[in-house]
Design a protein around this ligand. Structure first.
Ligand SMILES: NC(=O)c1ccc[n+]([C@@H]2O[C@H](COP(=O)([O-])OP(=O)(O)OC[C@H]3O[C@@H](n4cnc5c(N)ncnc54)[C@H](O)[C@@H]3O)[C@@H](O)[C@H]2O)c1
Length: 247
């Protein structure tokens, strides 16, 4: 799969899985917009892609802000002249506050919803009008979506619904919208969020008994973005070592 004439925006690309996505797409030849709220990390990733011979541009974005998302789309068009792929990966994940739904501060819950759930809508509204038929969007869900464990999992379940609704709305324009639902993936954020004994207990129950890596997720991402998946839309694809099987 070669994306040499493709332009991809990856949100939350300053670290973790998003960093892996941005670097992986750049290795496949794409020009990549490293979009993140964190300047230092985003600049580092874009710089490392360029050092490795790829094409990248860091653009600061807050995916929960319409103005910020619009500015990102415009800056991408100004630099690269088009947008083929959008990967809505950004989320509040590591270092989350975990309070019961009964007591969580509502302002905090609204912030989480505006980033994890509506961020993909805000970004898609800013970017999709500039896409041509053949373009593709992938949202980053989670196996947590089906586990009903906390308000983070609720935002990912809603993101699955958003993925399907956007697939219906954008399909007639020739834009496909899918999601990847990763299982536990070895990033600093996971390690900040989940204590080691819980990680061990999760992993031992998974058929492929190990944590995923950003690289495990990047090839399925490339497939979903590519023309090889030209008749695939509205799919929530588990990439999770068998953690959660849906018959
Ligand atoms: N690591 C896992 O086990 C796992 C499993 C399933 C799903 N996920 C999902 O994968 C994605 C990445 O996870 P990760 O482990 O790399 O987490 P991470 O916290 O390392 O990365 C998230 C990135 O999003 C950025 N971000 C946060 N809020 C933002 C905003 N408002 N605007 C723009 N950028 C913002 C952060 O700065 C960070 O770079 C998230 O959507 C997460 O929910 C992770």
């Amino acid at each position: 799969m070669h994306f040499s004439n493709k332009i991809a925006i990856v949100t939350g690309a300053g670290q973790g899985i998003g960093e892996g996505y941005a670097k992986g797409l750049a290795q496949l030849g794409a020009s990549v917009v490293v979009a993140d709220i964190n300047d230092t990390q985003g600049r580092r990733v874009a710089h490392e892609i360029e050092q490795a011979g790829g094409r990248a541009l860091f653009i600061k974005v807050d995916v929960s802000s319409e103005a910020s998302a619009q500015a990102l789309a415009e800056a991408t068009l100004a630099k690269f002249g088009g947008i083929d792929y959008l990967v809505n990966n950004a989320a509040m994940f590591g270092k989350l506050d975990f309070n019961p739904l009964m007591t969580v501060d509502l302002a905090y819950l609204n912030k989480l919803i505006s980033v994890n759930m509506l961020g993909a809508v805000v970004m898609t509204r800013a970017v999709a009008p500039h896409m041509q038929p053949g373009a593709a969007i992938v949202n980053q869900s989670s196996t947590a979506a089906w586990m009903n464990i906390d308000y983070y999992s609720i935002t990912k379940l809603a993101l699955n619904g958003i993925t399907c609704v956007l697939a219906r709305e954008l399909g007639p324009k020739g834009i496909r919208v899918n999601a990847i639902a990763p299982g536990p993936t070895d990033t600093q954020a996971l390690r900040d969020k989940v204590p080691q004994p819980y990680i061990d207990a999760m992993v031992v129950q998974m058929p492929l008994a190990r944590l995923g890596t950003p690289d495990d997720l990047c090839k399925p991402l490339a497939f979903l973005l590519s023309d090889d998946a030209g008749w695939v839309t509205g799919l929530i694809m588990n990439v999770d070592g068998g953690q959660l099987m849906r018959a």
